[in-house]
Design a binder for this molecule. Structure first.
Ligand SMILES: Nc1ncnc2c1ncn2[C@@H]1O[C@H](COP(=O)(O)OP(=O)(O)OP(=O)(O)O)[C@@H](O)[C@H]1O
Length: 287
């Protein structure tokens, strides 16, 4: 069996909040990721995703446990160019163009031969001459992705790379990632969004309160946690400016209760659902 891309055993990290209360950010995490896997770390705010990622990159030292990346200490793997990261925050120089930024980092790595290919992989070739400050948030994240690819790493770690992007930019980002991953790179990313794990990762590690609570094929995690929502359209006559007529809704509740249906929820379609429906409609109309 080849050396695992990541091997963590009994990882633990504790912080102290401002009032001195201990916070166990990562609590006894065991994790093995094999080369070529695409793994999502999924979990709510404060689950411990970023702390785990930081330990993976050698940015934070665990209080207990061990972590190896390709059989060596994380910091060493980063120095060897085997691991790169796309972090939530982090500096890009506003006055540089996209291409100048990539060239500068490529020169530092002694890999100026990689400039064209990484621009292409991050779908930035057409934006090469644009100044960083004129790039959208999504384009700047793709630029960070391009920079991460410069040393041709075996493993790319992304910490919530699409936070703050609109749906279109998110999809563009993942298109670039997916094309690159198809070439065999190992990818680990942290996200809040089940949809991102669902679309992109073959394996999902679900974290909550510092622990791994589920680690399985994404399809299985979806089946266990995704749930299903049944939606229906009420007749127009019961929908007014203030929403659905309360008496009518109460009759719906009464009718459904004997069937064992609970948590009947009336909500506006999410932005994502609405966006996808709209684009499908537009594509349909264009055909
Ligand atoms: N430097 C720090 N000092 C004190 N507490 C910290 C520190 N870093 C993280 N924590 C705490 O550790 C816990 C885990 O945080 P972490 O950032 O790893 O979670 P996360 O899953 O990445 O969350 P998010 O999705 O919000 O980024 C949280 O309760 C957080 O407040």
């Amino acid at each position: 069996m080849s050396t695992p891309a990541i091997r963590a055993v009994g990882l633990r990290k504790q912080f102290h909040s401002t009032d001195g209360t201990p916070v166990l950010a990562v609590d006894d995490v065991d994790l093995t990721v094999h080369p070529g896997e695409i793994v999502a770390f999924l979990g709510p705010n404060g689950a411990g995703k970023t702390t785990t990622v930081d330990m993976l990159l050698g940015l934070t030292r665990p209080d207990a446990g061990t972590i190896e990346v390709y059989g060596t200490a994380p910091g060493e793997a980063v120095r060897q160019g085997r691991v790169s990261a796309v972090m939530q925050t982090g500096g890009l120089l506003n006055d540089f163009t996209v291409e100048e930024t990539v060239r500068a980092i490529a020169a530092l790595h002694g890999r100026t031969d990689r400039v064209e290919v990484v621009l292409e992989r991050a779908r930035l070739t057409d934006l090469a001459g644009r100044r960083v400050e004129a790039c959208s948030g999504g384009e700047q994240q793709r630029l960070k992705f391009a920079l991460a690819l410069v040393p041709d790493p075996d493993l790319v770690v992304l910490d919530e790379p699409t936070t703050g992007m609109d749906v279109g930019a998110r999809q563009e980002f993942w298109r670039a990632m997916r094309a690159d991953a198809a070439l065999g790179r190992t990818i680990v990313f942290a996200t809040h969004y089940l949809a991102e794990a669902d679309e992109f990762a073959e394996r999902t590690v679900l974290m909550a309160r510092g622990r791994i609570v589920h680690d399985a094929a994404t399809a299985d995690v979806r089946a266990a946690y995704g749930g299903r929502t049944l939606t229906f359209r009420p007749p127009a006559a019961v929908v007014g400016a203030d929403g659905i007529d309360a008496a009518w809704l109460s009759r719906v509740h009464d009718a459904l209760a004997p069937l064992g249906v609970t948590d009947v929820d009336v909500s506006a379609a999410s932005l994502e659902t609405a966006f996808l429906a709209l684009t499908a409609e537009l594509e349909g109309a264009a055909r």
